[in-house]
Design a protein around this ligand. Structure first.
Ligand code: ASP
Length: 437
């Protein structure tokens, strides 16, 4: 295989023992040449992530309160790691400089980025690899939007000069030099960006689980893990709530044709989940790949006789929502009915305004809101060629005595979405899982 980029999450670098595991993993495969670390995560359940502590320091500084105690906890975390690893590195002057800068700067991103920055310095020293400050190679434009092509150019050139390097995750810089971070969990994005720039053959994302599960383990006992899936399936599952990888981490690698492998730092012999470009890369075909879902949706149902022949009806309904800055999730329609599925958080205080505006724009026979709806997406590229998948799914729900409020299936046949009562959510996920697995 060719060059690999390995990204390690916060729990994989939370203390010296975890650093040792990371070093073993990296040195066991000479193709692993570039590594992207997160900031130290939690060592135990009640522990704090260093990134959270840094945000807290910034907040305290902004409100004129003392943050020295909070910052000293960060210093202790790093000093403990350095001491336990026995490396010769004095980070104290740089840490104290950062402490002062947090108070001087009104940019929370600077504070937050120091978690990855210092962890990267420690990892580089421990491995004996070069350190590349992400502020020099991950570019954001003047408005603070990530600049993918610019970054790719600068980063590719820079990486070509290093045999091995550590590039801290989560942040980059704007043309003014000001630090800018991605959203939380953004080291995954840096890993994907570095993979693209290095023309890697594989992006390894090391975390504390052995990949994706077919369903939420809080609902299904010991669900089967997914060994391989396509980026499109992953996108559908993450959109509906399956979280392991940052959503925006998919795009750079997918575009560059690089597969991603989710692996477990605490169980490195487990192959994890491989995310591939096309279904041709997957040998054994299962009908469904995974199930994900969310509660707290509202169904807005609009009835009007002869709606099907009224030009512009749908546009006017969606125009009302757009005018109120409300985004919608799905749009299942009948001949004389149009339903719009909207997250509760979007709709909250707007209900009466929506009714008023739709009445004015569309003169419907009735408008109704049904809240407390849960959406469940059953995702699988294997559904395309198999007859009877939808009927098995609906029968499983019927047998479990669950009423389906809404059905939506895209023509790609990658995904069947059903809406059920929130109280039936867990039972519905179980019914579908055990029907197919
Ligand atoms: N340290 C950052 C966070 O906690 C980024 C990351 O870990 O990916 O969100």
């Amino acid at each position: 295989m060719g060059l690999k980029v390995a990204k390690f999450g916060g729990s994989s670098l939370s203390d010296a023992d975890q650093f040792r595991k990371v070093k073993d993993i990296l040195l066991s495969d000479p193709d692993r040449r570039f590594v992207v670390p997160s900031a130290p995560g939690r060592r135990f359940k009640e522990d704090d992530k260093v990134t959270d502590l840094l945000y807290r320091c910034f907040k305290l500084a902004q409100t004129g309160q003392s943050y020295s105690e909070c910052f000293s906890r960060i210093v202790t975390r790093y000093c403990d790691i350095i001491r336990d690893l026995g490396i010769d590195l004095d980070l104290l002057p740089a840490l104290h400089e950062a402490e002062k800068e947090i108070a001087r700067s009104d940019n929370p991103d600077y504070a937050a980025s120091r978690g990855e920055y210092f962890n990267g310095l420690i990892l580089a020293s421990y491995l004996g690899w070069d350190f590349i400050d992400a502020a020099e190679v991950v570019r954001f434009d003047r408005q603070g939007a990530f600049a993918p092509e610019w970054t790719n150019e600068v980063l590719s050139e820079r990486l070509s000069r290093h045999e091995h390097a550590v590039i801290p995750g989560f942040y980059g810089a704007m043309p003014s030099g000001e630090i800018k971070t991605f959203s939380r969990g953004g080291s995954d994005i840096t890993g994907a960006i570095v993979s693209r720039a290095a023309k890697a053959s594989l992006y390894e994302n090391w975390t504390d689980v052995s990949g994706f599960m077919m369903a939420d383990p809080r609902i299904i006992d010991n669900p089967r893990s997914i060994d391989k899936l396509t980026y499109r399936e992953l996108r559908e599952l993450s959109y509906m709530g399956a979280t392991v990888l940052h959503e925006d981490a998919i795009f750079p690698v997918r575009k560059a044709g690089i597969p991603t492998n989710i692996r477990n730092t605490n169980d490195p012999s487990h192959p994890g989940t491989m995310i591939v470009l096309t279904p041709d890369d997957i040998e054994n075909e299962r009908t469904i790949t995974g199930i994900a879902g969310h509660k707290n949706f509202t169904l807005l149902s609009i009835d009007k006789a002869m709606m099907n022949s009224e030009l512009g009806f749908g546009r006017r309904v969606l125009g009302v929502l757009e005018g109120l800055d409300i985004s919608f999730e799905h749009l299942p329609t009948g001949i004389d009915t149009m339903s719009v599925v909207i997250a509760d958080s979007e709709i909250e205080s707007h209900k009466s305004e929506i009714i008023e505006r739709i009445e004015e724009a569309c003169h419907p026979d009735s408008i109704e809101f049904t809240s407390g709806v849960a959406l469940i997406a059953t995702v699988g590229r294997g559904m395309v060629n198999k007859r009877g998948t939808a009927s098995r799914l609906f029968r499983a729900l019927a047998v479990a005595d669950i009423n389906i409020r809404m059905i939506d299936q895209g023509s790609s046949e990658l995904n069947i979405i059903v809406g059920v009562d929130g109280k039936d959510f867990e039972r519905a996920v179980s019914a579908i899982y055990y029907e197919f697995v």
